[in-house]
Design a protein around this ligand. Structure first.
Ligand SMILES: Nc1nc2c(ncn2[C@@H]2O[C@H](COP(=O)(O)OP(=O)(O)OP(=O)(O)O)[C@@H](O)[C@H]2O)c(=O)[nH]1
Ligand SMILES: [Mg+2]
Length: 355
């Protein structure tokens, strides 16, 4: 791991990360430096598992702000994204990963798996997420990742998620005993990423596994990714949520323009309420243009919808969410572009930001 600056210092730019990390909108009351009593802790916590078990939902809950997109469909997350939570003297750097792919091995899926492997190589603790009471062949393949030699020394915590959806709660104990046989997990946490008390309890369970070392991000940092990256992700989320099953696998989003009109520069922490006696700064305005890239002409029609209705709705939902996240007035222009074979072409994948 790279040497870290002292708590409160400027954030280190993680390898491959965007240069302008997003910060909490209202800086928390957390101290600029860790209290002297407790030693500063800081560590990377990977969140891994098969697709659709709730990894991104969990990341957002742990961070306390939505930074990673989620949907009912598998293969929602396609990039490594870090979410930062600083509480007391401890800084948690959670790393969300794409669901480990075990089926079609297109270039895109190989890329997703490479991302998972890359993350695991350099973390202090792993959250292995599955659905409480269920353990499928795909879970087993994802778990095998933790059983390679390189991972032997890294503690792994079993997160048995979606406990709220389990019909017979009494089944969870015998199931946990079976899980104990499958891997030497350091902790077993049956929970729901949708319940705040469960999420807070999980934070407490993870904390002792963070090494004692200075923080790597400022106390109010939320993610290592830039607003520009989050724009592409949020548009992709609306696309996933508002279109049929086939589309997600064959589409991606490319931000072609991101321009500030006055106000604060890109990446600056949005300001809270102005100091008494001072005029409020002019509202921040951001002009964004993004292309939805699909593989076939037929898909283009699916995205645009009857009379352009669907594209309009994708744009309007994305814009509303971006305005909240960026505390800005957002002008979002979207269009659809056909690039056949992009998901099976390593060159294209790189140009769209896949690692
Ligand atoms: N009932 C219930 N549903 C949940 C819970 N956590 C997540 N979900 C739902 O599970 C679905 C998948 O969630 P995601 O967070 O996108 O899953 P993921 O593991 O990140 O998926 P990929 O990125 O595709 O690998 C979404 O519809 C979530 O709302 C939970 O605790 N209970
Ligand atoms: Mg995800």
């Amino acid at each position: 791991m790279t040497p870290a600056p002292t708590p409160g210092a400027a954030p280190a730019t993680a390898q491959g990360a965007d240069p302008t990390p997003v910060h909490a909108q209202a800086p928390t009351a957390a101290p600029a430096s860790a209290p002297a009593a407790a030693p500063a802790r800081c560590g990377h916590v990977a969140i891994v598992g098969r697709p659709n078990v709730g990894k991104s939902t969990l990341l957002n809950a742990l961070v306390g702000q939505k930074i990673s997109i989620t949907s009912k469909k598998a293969q929602t997350t396609r990039h490594r994204i870090s979410g930062v939570r600083t509480a007391g003297a401890s800084q948690f750097i959670f790393v969300d990963t794409p669901g480990f792919q075990t089926r079609q091995l297109k270039a895109l899926n190989r890329t997703l798996n490479r991302t998972v492997h890359g993350v695991l190589a350099d973390v202090d603790v792993v959250l292995f997420v599955c659905e409480a009471g269920r353990f499928t062949l795909d879970d087993a393949k994802a778990l095998a990742l933790l059983q390679g030699e390189a991972m032997q020394a890294t503690p792994a915590i079993l997160v048995a998620n979606k406990l709220d959806a389990l019909a017979r709660r009494q089944d969870v104990l015998p199931w946990l005993r079976q899980m104990q046989q499958r891997h030497a997990f350091a902790e077993f946490v049956p929970m729901s990423a949708r319940r705040d008390t469960d999420v807070q309890r999980l934070l407490g369970i993870i904390e002792p596994y963070l090494p004692e070392q200075p923080w790597q991000f400022e106390a109010d940092a939320l993610t290592d990714r830039s607003e520009r990256f989050l724009v592409a992700e949020i548009v992709r989320e609306k696309l996933f949520r508002l279109t049929g099953d086939e589309l997600p696998y064959t589409s991606t989003v490319q931000v072609e323009k991101f321009e500030e009109e006055g106000g604060e520069p890109e990446g600056a922490a949005p300001s809270g309420s102005p100091a008494p006696g001072r005029a409020a700064p002019p509202p921040r305005r951001v002009r964004i243009a993004a292309a939805i890239v699909v593989e076939r002409d037929a898909h283009k029609g699916m995205v645009i919808g009857q009379g352009g209705e669907r594209l309009k709705r994708i744009g309007s939902e994305a814009r509303q969410e971006l305005e909240r996240l960026m505390a800005a007035r957002v002008f979002l222009e979207l269009w659809v572009k056909v690039r056949s074979g992009w998901a099976d072409d390593e060159e294209h994948l790189r140009s769209y930001g896949y690692e």
